[in-house]
Design a binder for this molecule. Structure first.
Ligand SMILES: [Zn+2]
Length: 293
Protein backbone atom coordinates (compact mmCIF):
# COMPACT_ATOMS: atom_id res chain seq x y z
CA UNK A 1 0.00 0.00 0.00
CA UNK A 2 1.19 3.45 -0.85
CA UNK A 3 1.74 5.68 2.18
CA UNK A 4 0.62 9.20 1.68
CA UNK A 5 1.81 11.90 4.03
CA UNK A 6 -0.67 14.71 3.68
CA UNK A 7 -0.50 18.28 4.89
CA UNK A 8 -2.92 17.69 7.70
CA UNK A 9 -2.63 20.63 10.05
CA UNK A 10 -4.14 20.76 13.49
CA UNK A 11 -5.20 24.21 14.83
CA UNK A 12 -2.27 24.62 17.26
CA UNK A 13 0.21 23.98 14.49
CA UNK A 14 -1.48 26.39 12.11
CA UNK A 15 -0.32 29.45 14.07
CA UNK A 16 3.18 27.98 14.28
CA UNK A 17 3.25 27.53 10.50
CA UNK A 18 2.05 31.09 9.94
CA UNK A 19 4.81 32.54 12.11
CA UNK A 20 7.30 30.27 10.33
CA UNK A 21 6.01 31.63 7.03
CA UNK A 22 6.93 35.13 8.20
CA UNK A 23 10.39 33.94 9.10
CA UNK A 24 10.79 32.25 5.71
CA UNK A 25 9.62 35.39 3.91
CA UNK A 26 12.09 37.48 5.91
CA UNK A 27 14.88 35.04 5.09
CA UNK A 28 14.06 35.21 1.36
CA UNK A 29 14.00 39.01 1.47
CA UNK A 30 17.34 38.93 3.27
CA UNK A 31 18.90 36.73 0.60
CA UNK A 32 17.50 38.95 -2.17
CA UNK A 33 18.89 42.04 -0.41
CA UNK A 34 22.28 40.35 0.03
CA UNK A 35 22.51 39.30 -3.61
CA UNK A 36 21.50 42.75 -4.87
CA UNK A 37 23.95 44.63 -2.66
CA UNK A 38 26.93 42.22 -2.48
CA UNK A 39 29.81 43.35 -4.67
CA UNK A 40 30.03 41.33 -7.88
CA UNK A 41 32.83 38.76 -7.93
CA UNK A 42 35.90 40.00 -9.81
CA UNK A 43 35.64 39.05 -13.47
CA UNK A 44 38.98 37.61 -14.59
CA UNK A 45 38.26 38.87 -18.10
CA UNK A 46 37.83 42.45 -16.94
CA UNK A 47 41.58 43.09 -17.01
CA UNK A 48 41.89 41.62 -20.49
CA UNK A 49 38.85 43.15 -22.15
CA UNK A 50 40.21 46.65 -22.93
CA UNK A 51 43.26 45.21 -24.77
CA UNK A 52 43.85 43.46 -28.05
CA UNK A 53 46.02 43.14 -31.15
CA UNK A 54 45.13 45.01 -34.33
CA UNK A 55 44.93 43.48 -37.78
CA UNK A 56 48.08 44.15 -39.82
CA UNK A 57 46.05 46.08 -42.39
CA UNK A 58 44.41 48.29 -39.74
CA UNK A 59 45.46 51.89 -40.50
CA UNK A 60 46.16 52.37 -36.77
CA UNK A 61 48.77 49.56 -36.75
CA UNK A 62 52.25 50.69 -35.65
CA UNK A 63 54.83 50.37 -38.43
CA UNK A 64 58.60 49.82 -38.40
CA UNK A 65 61.23 52.04 -40.06
CA UNK A 66 60.42 50.46 -43.44
CA UNK A 67 56.70 51.07 -43.05
CA UNK A 68 55.92 47.39 -42.39
CA UNK A 69 53.21 46.81 -39.77
CA UNK A 70 54.31 45.48 -36.38
CA UNK A 71 52.45 43.26 -33.95
CA UNK A 72 50.30 46.09 -32.57
CA UNK A 73 48.94 45.86 -29.03
CA UNK A 74 46.30 48.44 -28.18
CA UNK A 75 44.21 49.61 -25.30
CA UNK A 76 40.69 50.28 -26.50
CA UNK A 77 38.42 53.05 -25.29
CA UNK A 78 34.76 52.47 -24.46
CA UNK A 79 33.69 53.51 -27.97
CA UNK A 80 36.14 51.04 -29.60
CA UNK A 81 38.56 53.86 -30.31
CA UNK A 82 42.21 53.26 -29.45
CA UNK A 83 43.66 54.96 -26.37
CA UNK A 84 47.22 53.91 -27.17
CA UNK A 85 49.00 51.51 -29.52
CA UNK A 86 52.39 49.86 -29.13
CA UNK A 87 54.28 47.87 -31.75
CA UNK A 88 56.29 44.68 -31.17
CA UNK A 89 58.58 42.76 -33.50
CA UNK A 90 57.18 39.43 -32.36
CA UNK A 91 55.25 37.57 -29.69
CA UNK A 92 58.34 37.07 -27.51
CA UNK A 93 58.88 40.84 -27.42
CA UNK A 94 55.26 41.34 -26.36
CA UNK A 95 55.65 38.70 -23.62
CA UNK A 96 58.74 40.48 -22.25
CA UNK A 97 56.76 43.75 -22.17
CA UNK A 98 53.59 42.29 -20.65
CA UNK A 99 55.47 40.45 -17.95
CA UNK A 100 56.85 43.78 -16.67
CA UNK A 101 53.80 45.93 -17.35
CA UNK A 102 52.26 46.85 -13.99
CA UNK A 103 48.64 46.68 -15.20
CA UNK A 104 48.93 43.44 -17.15
CA UNK A 105 50.98 41.62 -14.54
CA UNK A 106 49.58 43.04 -11.28
CA UNK A 107 46.60 40.72 -11.13
CA UNK A 108 48.06 37.84 -13.13
CA UNK A 109 47.11 35.25 -10.51
CA UNK A 110 43.43 36.12 -11.03
CA UNK A 111 43.56 36.14 -14.82
CA UNK A 112 42.38 33.45 -17.17
CA UNK A 113 45.25 31.07 -17.83
CA UNK A 114 47.04 31.30 -14.49
CA UNK A 115 45.58 28.06 -13.13
CA UNK A 116 46.19 26.22 -16.43
CA UNK A 117 49.81 27.47 -16.47
CA UNK A 118 50.26 26.38 -12.84
CA UNK A 119 51.95 29.73 -12.32
CA UNK A 120 54.70 28.98 -14.87
CA UNK A 121 55.21 32.36 -16.55
CA UNK A 122 57.06 30.73 -19.47
CA UNK A 123 53.65 29.23 -20.32
CA UNK A 124 51.38 31.94 -18.90
CA UNK A 125 52.61 34.85 -21.04
CA UNK A 126 52.61 33.08 -24.42
CA UNK A 127 49.12 31.86 -23.48
CA UNK A 128 48.12 35.49 -22.76
CA UNK A 129 49.46 36.49 -26.18
CA UNK A 130 47.42 33.68 -27.75
CA UNK A 131 44.26 34.86 -25.98
CA UNK A 132 44.79 38.49 -27.04
CA UNK A 133 45.49 37.40 -30.63
CA UNK A 134 42.42 35.14 -30.67
CA UNK A 135 39.84 36.03 -27.98
CA UNK A 136 37.93 32.78 -28.64
CA UNK A 137 40.80 30.95 -26.90
CA UNK A 138 40.08 33.00 -23.76
CA UNK A 139 36.58 31.49 -23.68
CA UNK A 140 38.05 28.00 -24.07
CA UNK A 141 40.54 28.60 -21.24
CA UNK A 142 37.85 30.14 -19.01
CA UNK A 143 35.61 27.11 -19.51
CA UNK A 144 38.44 24.67 -18.69
CA UNK A 145 39.35 26.63 -15.56
CA UNK A 146 35.73 26.71 -14.41
CA UNK A 147 36.25 23.13 -13.27
CA UNK A 148 39.41 23.05 -11.11
CA UNK A 149 39.68 19.24 -10.96
CA UNK A 150 38.51 16.22 -12.92
CA UNK A 151 38.53 12.59 -11.82
CA UNK A 152 41.04 10.49 -13.74
CA UNK A 153 39.42 7.07 -13.58
CA UNK A 154 42.58 5.31 -14.71
CA UNK A 155 44.83 6.57 -11.92
CA UNK A 156 41.79 6.97 -9.63
CA UNK A 157 42.92 10.47 -8.67
CA UNK A 158 41.49 13.95 -8.88
CA UNK A 159 43.64 15.94 -11.32
CA UNK A 160 43.80 19.64 -12.12
CA UNK A 161 43.74 20.23 -15.91
CA UNK A 162 46.89 22.14 -16.81
CA UNK A 163 49.57 22.80 -19.44
CA UNK A 164 53.10 21.36 -19.31
CA UNK A 165 56.05 21.68 -21.67
CA UNK A 166 57.15 18.54 -23.48
CA UNK A 167 59.99 17.60 -25.82
CA UNK A 168 57.66 15.14 -27.54
CA UNK A 169 54.42 15.49 -29.48
CA UNK A 170 51.73 18.00 -28.68
CA UNK A 171 48.92 16.14 -27.01
CA UNK A 172 46.17 16.25 -24.44
CA UNK A 173 46.10 13.36 -22.03
CA UNK A 174 42.36 12.94 -22.15
CA UNK A 175 41.52 11.31 -18.78
CA UNK A 176 43.28 14.05 -16.77
CA UNK A 177 42.96 17.01 -19.13
CA UNK A 178 46.75 17.51 -19.09
CA UNK A 179 47.99 19.41 -22.15
CA UNK A 180 51.56 18.72 -23.27
CA UNK A 181 52.89 21.52 -25.45
CA UNK A 182 56.11 21.50 -27.46
CA UNK A 183 56.77 25.13 -28.51
CA UNK A 184 59.28 23.98 -31.15
CA UNK A 185 56.71 22.02 -33.19
CA UNK A 186 55.64 23.91 -36.30
CA UNK A 187 54.60 21.10 -38.66
CA UNK A 188 51.87 18.48 -38.62
CA UNK A 189 53.36 15.79 -40.87
CA UNK A 190 56.31 17.43 -42.66
CA UNK A 191 54.07 17.36 -45.72
CA UNK A 192 54.55 19.44 -48.90
CA UNK A 193 51.34 21.41 -48.35
CA UNK A 194 50.99 24.94 -46.98
CA UNK A 195 48.54 23.95 -44.22
CA UNK A 196 51.08 21.54 -42.74
CA UNK A 197 53.01 24.45 -41.19
CA UNK A 198 51.66 26.40 -38.23
CA UNK A 199 52.77 28.72 -35.43
CA UNK A 200 53.59 26.81 -32.20
CA UNK A 201 50.76 28.53 -30.32
CA UNK A 202 48.29 27.07 -32.83
CA UNK A 203 49.44 23.63 -31.66
CA UNK A 204 48.72 24.67 -28.07
CA UNK A 205 45.30 26.05 -29.03
CA UNK A 206 44.40 22.73 -30.72
CA UNK A 207 45.24 20.70 -27.60
CA UNK A 208 43.32 23.16 -25.41
CA UNK A 209 40.18 22.23 -27.37
CA UNK A 210 40.76 18.59 -26.35
CA UNK A 211 41.13 19.71 -22.70
CA UNK A 212 37.88 21.65 -23.18
CA UNK A 213 36.27 18.45 -24.52
CA UNK A 214 37.46 16.66 -21.37
CA UNK A 215 36.19 19.27 -18.94
CA UNK A 216 33.04 20.54 -20.63
CA UNK A 217 31.91 17.49 -22.63
CA UNK A 218 33.37 14.89 -20.26
CA UNK A 219 35.22 13.12 -23.09
CA UNK A 220 37.50 10.94 -20.99
CA UNK A 221 38.91 8.94 -23.89
CA UNK A 222 40.33 10.22 -27.14
CA UNK A 223 38.34 9.44 -30.28
CA UNK A 224 39.20 10.58 -33.81
CA UNK A 225 35.81 12.31 -34.20
CA UNK A 226 37.00 14.82 -31.58
CA UNK A 227 39.44 16.11 -34.19
CA UNK A 228 36.72 17.89 -36.15
CA UNK A 229 35.97 20.39 -33.37
CA UNK A 230 39.66 20.75 -32.47
CA UNK A 231 40.63 21.50 -36.09
CA UNK A 232 37.60 23.75 -36.59
CA UNK A 233 38.61 25.94 -33.63
CA UNK A 234 42.29 25.64 -34.59
CA UNK A 235 41.37 27.34 -37.86
CA UNK A 236 39.92 30.34 -36.02
CA UNK A 237 43.32 30.73 -34.33
CA UNK A 238 45.17 30.24 -37.63
CA UNK A 239 43.04 33.00 -39.16
CA UNK A 240 43.86 35.35 -36.27
CA UNK A 241 47.61 34.71 -36.77
CA UNK A 242 47.24 35.29 -40.51
CA UNK A 243 45.58 38.65 -39.91
CA UNK A 244 47.45 39.98 -36.89
CA UNK A 245 50.96 38.57 -36.49
CA UNK A 246 53.73 39.80 -38.79
CA UNK A 247 55.69 36.97 -40.37
CA UNK A 248 52.69 34.63 -40.30
CA UNK A 249 50.86 35.85 -43.40
CA UNK A 250 51.56 32.44 -44.97
CA UNK A 251 49.34 30.60 -42.48
CA UNK A 252 46.51 28.68 -44.21
CA UNK A 253 43.39 26.94 -42.93
CA UNK A 254 43.66 23.29 -42.02
CA UNK A 255 41.39 21.40 -44.44
CA UNK A 256 41.38 18.20 -42.44
CA UNK A 257 43.24 15.66 -40.38
CA UNK A 258 45.71 14.23 -42.89
CA UNK A 259 44.24 13.00 -46.14
CA UNK A 260 43.21 10.00 -48.20
CA UNK A 261 44.05 6.38 -47.57
CA UNK A 262 43.44 3.44 -49.92
CA UNK A 263 43.41 -0.09 -48.55
CA UNK A 264 44.95 1.31 -45.39
CA UNK A 265 47.83 2.98 -47.24
CA UNK A 266 48.25 6.74 -47.24
CA UNK A 267 47.72 8.20 -50.73
CA UNK A 268 47.43 12.01 -50.59
CA UNK A 269 47.24 14.97 -48.22
CA UNK A 270 44.13 17.14 -48.21
CA UNK A 271 44.59 19.99 -50.64
CA UNK A 272 45.34 23.50 -49.46
CA UNK A 273 42.55 26.03 -49.26
CA UNK A 274 42.60 29.82 -49.21
CA UNK A 275 41.04 32.00 -46.54
CA UNK A 276 38.52 33.18 -49.14
CA UNK A 277 37.24 29.57 -49.29
CA UNK A 278 36.97 29.30 -45.51
CA UNK A 279 34.44 30.43 -42.91
CA UNK A 280 34.12 29.81 -39.16
CA UNK A 281 31.42 27.22 -39.96
CA UNK A 282 33.81 25.10 -42.04
CA UNK A 283 34.12 21.56 -40.65
CA UNK A 284 37.56 20.10 -41.41
CA UNK A 285 37.53 16.55 -42.72
CA UNK A 286 38.57 13.40 -40.93
CA UNK A 287 40.88 11.03 -42.81
CA UNK A 288 39.16 9.35 -45.77
CA UNK A 289 39.64 5.60 -46.03
CA UNK A 290 38.72 3.86 -49.27
CA UNK A 291 38.86 0.19 -50.19
CA UNK A 292 39.75 -0.80 -53.70
CA UNK A 293 37.37 -3.35 -55.17
ZN1 LIG B 1 43.72 16.69 -31.90
Amino acid sequence: MRQHSGWRVIPGERRLLRSNAHLILLAILGVVWFISTAPAAADPNEIASPYGFLDLDDPRAVVDANGAPLLTFVRYEADDGVLWARGFVDIDAWCAFARKDPTLSASKTEQAGWALSVGDEAIFWPLQALMYICPEVRDTVGAIESRPVVFDRFTRKWRAPHIEFTDGENLCQQPSGTVYWNPTITRAYGAPVAWDVFPPLVGLAHELVHAWQRVVEDRQMYGSSMQVEAMKRENVVRYAFYRKVPGFEWVRPRPGNKGYFRNGTFVAYFEDMEWSEWSVDFNPMLDIFEDER
